[in-house]
Design a protein around this ligand. Structure first.
Ligand code: KIV
Length: 326
């Protein structure tokens, strides 16, 4: 359990520490690689695992919660170094990583493989597996089984699922199985066809009331937190004020208890489009394109590789080789 939440969330980034103890211990000077040993990692990282009670405490004390999506090992490592509170292995992976035009094709197998990769790089963020389309909608039993797979196979700390009142029985059953559940209301991409596309929700009084009511029902069903996507700020503020659990915003304004952004939007890594609510912190896509162009030029012109990128054989061994070959 966390000793002091403030210390828990700052010590790791202050020290610039890397991933947790899952990193292999290895020194391979020949390859120019120096990975931290397990002991070094443990000494560097005083950050302890973020927990549900800690997240509730953050809501109570008004400390904002940081959350991003993560789909792979390096992002797990970077998020740990930045002391991000919650990671979501989002089904947005189907779009941002696999290039589909919606989240619907994401499968349980893919989501579990990506969860495992994130977990290999991160020991301390609270990691949620995102239940993919049709992994929980058909029945309560299927929902509990698949939520359990995220825990036992994916190594996650909880799950997220989309939907309000119709999903309350799934939420309750999963929570009864001891699995923390984050709800997801507003723009729910798995229902995009019903919603008429990627657009803001709750912009009229009736639809806004439905979001407020759905949030109450999810909280009563045992959700530990709720994500609001693309909802007017005033509506989100109401939901946040009425809830005892943390309300996380993606495009739902500044008054929620925390914010989440999609990693690929934050760093210019999703070429198809950037949602209005995303803030770009760096254009790594452009950095990569420039790097690739330089690389291609250097390969074509012979500037790469240089001697420092090559391995040597002693003159003696080379002569012996030649004699064997002759
Ligand atoms: O899958 C996802 O990335 C999401 C975002 C809205 C956070 O659910």
């Amino acid at each position: 359990m966390v000793k002091d939440p403030a210390v828990a969330r700052t010590s790791c980034s202050e020290r610039g520490s890397g991933a947790g103890s899952r990193l292999a211990s290895a020194t391979a000077p020949e390859f120019g690689i120096r990975m931290e040993t397990r002991e070094e990692e443990q000494q560097m990282s005083e950050r302890t695992k973020v927990t549900v009670p800690q997240l509730w405490e953050m809501k109570k004390s008004g400390q904002k919660i940081s959350m991003i999506t993560a789909y792979d090992y390096p992002t797990g490592v970077w998020a740990e170094r930045a002391a991000i509170d919650i990671l979501l292995v989002g089904d947005s992976m189907a779009m941002t990583v696999l290039g589909h035009s919606t989240t619907l094709p994401a499968t349980m197998e893919e989501m579990i493989a990506h969860s495992q990769a994130v977990m290999r790089g991160n020991d301390t963020s609270f990691v949620l597996g995102d239940m993919p389309y049709m992994s929980y909608q058909p029945s309560v039993e299927l929902a509990v089984q698949n939520a359990g797979r995220f825990m036992s196979e994916g190594g996650c700390d909880g799950i997220k699922l989309e939907g309000g009142v119709p999903m309350a029985d799934r939420v309750q059953a999963i929570v009864n199985a001891g699995i923390p559940v984050m709800g997801h209301l507003g723009l729910t991409p798995q229902s995009m066809s019903m919603l008429g596309g990627f657009k803001a929700q709750g912009k009229d009084a009736q639809m806004a009331k439905k979001i407020v009511d759905d949030a109450k029902v999810l909280e009563e069903a045992g959700a530990f937190s709720i994500l609001l996507e693309a909802v007017p700020s005033k509506v989100s503020k109401l939901v946040t004020e009425r809830a005892e659990i943390p309300i996380i915003s993606i495009g739902a304004g500044p008054d929620c208890d925390g914010q989440v952004l999609i990693f690929h939007d934050m760093f210019g890594l999703y070429p198809a489009f950037t949602p209005k609510f995303a803030k770009q912190y760096a254009d790594l896509g452009e950095v990569i394109v420039q790097g690739l162009k330089r690389y291609a030029d250097e390969v074509r012109g012979g500037a790469f590789p240089e001697p420092k990128h090559c391995f040597t054989i002693s003159d003696e061994q080379y002569e012996e080789l030649m004699s064997i070959l002759e």
